[in-house]
Design a protein around this ligand. Structure first.
Ligand code: UD1
Length: 420
């Protein structure tokens, strides 16, 4: 197993390119199922989760080429509709194949994702939505067996909670359904918007794009031709590298980003006293004498993303004062706290609120990654700690960060990948 060794306190400087957004690429790859024509995606991040979903499609009978961040996927010969446990257990987002498989083939069998490190994460809202579109649902041997032999019907769906992949699943199913589907309380994440735009470019009528009520008019089973798409920049990766600049007191620039997707993140940097320069598709962060404490509450887009909570907690350790971080989306997304304590941090956890006492004089330590974003918080802490840090179990990082150590090394970080 690989681990990362970091020698902390190196100053960083320079520019790096941000990769395409994993969370936009995943639903777009799943979307390829609703078309029989090859679908080309560029700016696809070469990370484990993307390779996992491509592999899942291959098991179903699809063919693909994936080179130099460009993939062409051909699902014309899909012969199976079963997403096996072995794949789904490694990546919950595999659930994204449910909507498109059901819509195109009238049935599918998807292994039920279990709980995960950050919480229970049920898929009840996905299933209820499919039921209201006329599907029958049965849970058998750990699989959700979904059927809609006569095709899906448009429906009025009101989500009890805002769900990103739930909204995406319904959008993909509604695209081939008969009639009009309305999604109330839809997710508004930029990744959802990109999915809507790709559907729209394929000739599917969608109203309300970017809002919390979406109306889709389905093709009644006719398979659309999907036009080539460039995956939007990864706002979470960009935010993570800006945190690296802030936590090491360095000036760094992230390029190939979409600043308008990052308002909530950039606002928090500013509240912490960091100067940010925004250009058309790049953002520069400047060092500051004093990092101010901050209050953060995670929420759905356009609020502060839960996927940046752990990284900002690492940064809050450098602030001069007490920061309060409240996690509202996932019940157990504080696994990184125990690991941050190993650096000598002082964090008090009560329920879903973490009180972070700064500034902490962090010392390098052996720490263990627990989930994707928690892992990047440990790398950030390692960059600012005195001495050597070893981050173990970095397969979590490899799920979502493309060439992390290469990118950080190019900025001057002392980081290398080693084998246990
Ligand atoms: C997506 C992102 C993930 C991000 C999360 C929240 C992808 C591939 N992943 O995950 O990186 O952290 O959004 O921004 O895009 N819920 C239910 N029932 C359901 C579905 C969700 O109760 O059927 C709950 C969840 O447990 C959670 C909340 O709704 O508390 C939001 O989850 P959701 O938006 O669905 O997260 P994901 O789409 O899995």
């Amino acid at each position: 197993m690989d681990y990362l060794e970091i020698e902390g306190r190196a100053k960083l400087k320079g520019k790096i390119n941000v990769s395409g957004a994993k969370n936009s690429a995943l639903p777009l790859i799943a979307l390829s199922i609703i078309s029989k024509e090859p679908f080309k995606l560029s700016n696809l991040p070469n990370v484990k989760d993307i390779r996992t979903l491509l592999h899942l499609l291959e098991i179903l009978g699809a063919k693909y080429r994936f080179e130099k961040n460009v993939a062409v996927i051909d699902t014309s010969e899909i012969s199976s509709t079963t997403a096996l446990y072995d794949i789904v257990r490694t990546m919950r987002a595999s659930i994204l194949v449910l909507g498109p498989l059901l819509a195109r083939f009238g049935h599918c069998e998807v292994s039920l994702p279990g709980g995960c490190a950050i919480g229970q994460r049920p898929i009840d809202l996905h299933l209820k939505a499919m039921e209201s579109m006329g599907a029958s649902i049965e849970i058998k041997n750990g699989y959700v067996i979904t059927r809609a032999q006569n095709g899906l019907k448009g429906a009025h769906i009101i989500f009890d909670k805002v769900t990103v992949t739930g909204t995406e699943n319904v959008l993909m199913a509604a695209a081939l359904a008969k009639g009009k589907t309305t999604i109330v309380n839809a997710a508004r994440e930029p990744e959802v918007v990109q999915l809507c735009q790709v559907l729209k470019n394929a000739g599917i009528e969608i109203d309300g794009i970017g809002g919390d009520e979406l109306v889709v008019r389905g093709t009644e089973g006719e398979l659309p031709r999907l036009k080539e798409v460039e995956v939007i920049p990864d706002r979470i990766e960009a935010g993570t590298y800006l945190c690296a600049g802030a936590i090491t007191g360095s000036e760094i620039t992230v390029q190939k980003v979409e600043p308008s997707h990052m308002d909530a993140i950039l606002t928090k940097f500013r509240q912490m006293g960091l100067r940010i320069d925004i250009h058309k598709d790049s953002i520069t962060i400047h060092p500051t004498e004093k990092i101010e404490p901050v209050e953060i509450t995670t929420s759905e887009y356009p609020g502060f993303p839960t996927d940046m909570q752990a990284q900002f907690m690492a940064l809050a350790l450098k602030a001069e004062g007490v920061s309060i971080i409240e996690e509202r989306l996932f019940e157990n997304r504080f696994m990184h706290v125990g690991e941050l304590l190993r650096f000598g941090a002082n964090i008090h956890l009560k329920g879903n609120i973490a009180t972070v006492y700064g500034p902490a004089d962090l010392m390098g330590a052996d720490v263990m990654a627990t989930d994707l974003r928690a892992s990047s918080a440990l790398v950030l802490a390692g960059l600012s700690a005195k001495g050597i840090t070893k981050v173990h179990r970095i397969y979590h990082l490899d799920r979502g960060y493309e060439a992390l150590e290469e990118k950080l090394s190019s900025l001057g970080a002392k980081i290398r990948r080693l084998k246990e």
